[in-house]
Each structure stands twice: as C-alpha cells, then as structure tokens.
Design a protein around this ligand. Structure first.
Ligand SMILES: Cc1cc2nc3c(=O)[nH]c(=O)nc-3n(C[C@H](O)[C@H](O)[C@H](O)COP(=O)(O)OP(=O)(O)OC[C@H]3O[C@@H](n4cnc5c(N)ncnc54)[C@H](O)[C@@H]3O)c2cc1C
Length: 218
C-alpha cells in the first residue's frame, strides 16, 4: 500500500533518487497521494514510470496467496503489455531490493509531450557506482520503448571502467542498444522514441554523476 507520496517523503539512500524522481512524475500530486508502487507494477503498462527506476536497483516482487509466498524478479513478473505472472489468488505484498543494489547514485528522466500530468513518450533511469572517479558499476533502464521496460546491457558495459568526465555522454551515444523496439503512436514515431531514448539516457547518466541536470523541457 506504499504510495508514491510515501516514497517521496521517506528518507532513502541515493540509489533510490531515481525512484523518488519517478514518484514525482506519476500523474499529479492527487494521483501520487493514492496510487501505489505495487499497483504501478501490476498495471504492467509499458509507460509505467516506476518500472525503470525499480529495474536499476534489481527489485523483485513478493507474491502471496493464502497458501504460499514466492519471489520474482521484475523481469519474471511483468511479462508484456498489461500482462503479469500474478495468479488469481495472489497479491503483491512487498517489493524487495537487494542491499548490494542499494548503492551508488541514481537519476530518472521522463520525456512527455508536456511538463506535467503526462504519459511518458520515453523515460530512463540510471544508477551508477563511482569509485575513485571511475564508473565501477552501471545499471541503465529505459521504459515506453518496448512492451516492458528494459535494462540496456550494451550501455551498461560501455560505461563500466570509464572515468567520470563529460565523455560519458559519448560512451552512451556510441554504445549498442539492441533491447528497444519502440512503437509509433500519437505520442511519437518509433524513430523519434529511439533517438529520444538515447538522449534521455545521456541526461540520466549525467544527472546521476552530477555532470548535468536530469530535467527535459517538453
Ligand atoms: C490521471 C492519471 C494519470 C496517471 N499518470 C500516470 C503516470 O504519469 N505514470 C504512471 O506510471 N502511471 C500513471 N497513472 C496510472 C496509475 O495511477 C499508476 O500506475 C499507479 O501507480 C497505479 O497504482 P494504484 O494503486 O492506483 O493501482 P490500481 O489502478 O488500483 O491497480 C492497477 C491494477 O493492479 C492491481 N493491483 C493493485 N495493487 C495490487 C497488489 N498489491 N497486488 C495485486 N494486484 C494489485 C489492481 O487490481 C489493478 O488490476 C495515471 C493514472 C491516472 C488516473
């Protein structure tokens, strides 16, 4: 029953800054006050703002029925557009984040056709672990550019081992991205989404490393 407003108000490690930023982008303040994080996952919308931010901290869901409790990684829980692995007798009773993934700093960037109360055209979450000025680990996810938000393995690999300089943007821009399969709809063409996705990943990476701001003007 944790709402987006609960997430915003709770003191959390910097690895959850992306989730907090996503929380502030879900609909309006009125929506954030009543809408739950679990409901965002169960909805299984490709444009669910909470999913990329939870993917970059390797979140898993706890599913309970009267008879049993089981755990699934997000990738095993959200199966497609509006499709989950939830059984009719089950509820999501918790979202768990492993301690090893609750480290580093993170950021979330949402691109919409206007600044407020808008369904995402694309959104990106980035979590970086920086040691001695070098990217020791990177977790990058993009939503609304595939049926289910996806981690970008090629971008993550390209970032690992890079010194934290403005050249991180070039590493993202030249990395292979095979995971996305954007659709064309009233919010944007497939080509636009693909281009925009790469750009907002750059902005999220820069924001997570304090190299830049994560906001995108509509
Ligand atoms: C005006 C408006 C604007 C919105 N804008 C955004 C937006 O910008 N970004 C975004 O991501 N979403 C947006 N949403 C969608 C939605 O409000 C959010 O995704 C929200 O987080 C869903 O949570 P909820 O608790 O309201 O779920 P509900 O809508 O109540 O539930 C969604 C589905 O999940 C099931 N469910 C809910 N909780 C559980 C549980 N614990 N276990 C099992 N099943 C469960 C419900 O039965 C239902 O089928 C918007 C909605 C509205 C009405």
């Amino acid at each position: 029953r944790t709402t987006w407003t609960d997430v915003v108000r709770h003191k959390l490690p910097r690895a959850f800054d992306a989730l907090k930023a996503a929380a502030r982008e879900v609909g309006s303040v009125q929506i954030q006050n009543v809408a739950s994080v679990a409901g965002n996952l169960c909805n299984a919308s490709p444009a669910a703002d909470g999913v990329p931010a939870l993917q970059v901290v390797d979140a898993e869901v706890e599913l309970r029925s009267a008879k049993a409790t089981r755990y699934l990684p997000l990738g095993g829980f959200i199966l497609g557009n509006r499709r989950t692995a939830l059984q009719p007798d089950e509820m999501v009773t918790a979202i768990r984040v492993p301690k090893r993934s609750a480290v580093g700093s993170s950021a979330f960037v949402k691109l919409g056709a206007r600044r407020y109360l808008v369904i995402s055209i694309a959104m990106a979450a980035a979590r970086l672990v920086i040691e001695d000025g070098v990217v020791a680990d990177a977790a990058i996810a993009v939503g609304a550019c595939s049926a289910v938000a996806r981690r970008l393995a090629g971008v993550e690999a390209a970032l690992r081992g890079q010194p934290v300089t403005a050249a991180l943007a070039d590493a993202v821009l030249s990395a292979p991205i095979d995971e996305l399969s954007p659709i064309a709809d009233v919010r944007g063409s497939a080509e636009y989404r693909e281009h925009a996705a790469r750009e907002i990943v750059v902005r999220a990476v820069c924001a997570a490393t304090s190299l830049g701001e994560g906001k995108v003007a509509a």
